[in-house]
Design a protein around this ligand. Structure first.
Ligand code: IDP
Ligand code: MG
Length: 160
């Protein structure tokens, strides 16, 4: 994969964030993207995508034994999703906080799920749960050339 140099000479952390079909259908794409832009993370990749079943199965393979797995896969492939990669120090944990608890009724107001969702089976957005999964999931959803390495002029206003 192309180098992900940002400002420092380190390999920056990435999170795979996805707006699920319910988020797209409900017109929440702009709102959700804005939250990550406003926070200051850097967008590395973005696309609207109709998910093939095998991609959804690979993404959620750790949940294969769960009773809800077949319905989960059907939900993810039920319409277009917005696939994104966001980069920045601590982006994985921060994105999880911004997204909120898996069960939307337990998600704090101010989080994406807390603001917009009521059911776990329609919880609008995905975020990687570890830096390793950020890398793993990015490789599932994006080809190498789809990740952009770009100098963002406002980065010095966000990172010392
Ligand atoms: P996460 O998305 O907050 O990381 P996970 O436990 O990794 O939560 O579950 C992945 C996704 O599977 C959830 O976001 C949700 O869409 C779905 N899911 C999890 N638990 C349930 C359930 O009990 N019923 C239906 N769907 C579920
Ligand atoms: Mg998860």
């Amino acid at each position: 994969r192309a180098s992900r140099k940002a400002t420092a000479d380190v390999r920056a952390e990435i999170s795979y964030v996805m707006i699920k079909p319910d988020g797209v259908q409900r017109g929440l794409v702009g709102n959700i993207i804005s939250r990550f832009e406003n926070k200051g993370f850097q967008l590395k990749a973005l696309k609207l995508f109709q998910t093939p079943k095998d991609v959804a199965e690979e993404h959620y393979k750790d949940l294969k034994e769960k009773p809800f797995y077949p319905k989960l896969v059907d939900y993810i492939i039920s319409g277009p999703v917005v696939c994104m990669v966001w980069e920045g120090d601590g982006v994985v944990a921060s994105a999880r906080k911004m997204i909120g608890a898996t069960r939307p009724l337990e998600a704090e107001p101010g989080t994406i799920r807390g603001d917009f969702a009521i059911q776990v089976g329609r919880n609008i957005v995905h975020g990687s749960d570890s830096p390793e999964n950020g890398e793993r999931e990015t490789a599932i959803w994006f080809k190498e050339g789809e990740l952009m390495s770009w100098d963002r002029t406002m980065t010095p206003w966000l990172v010392e």
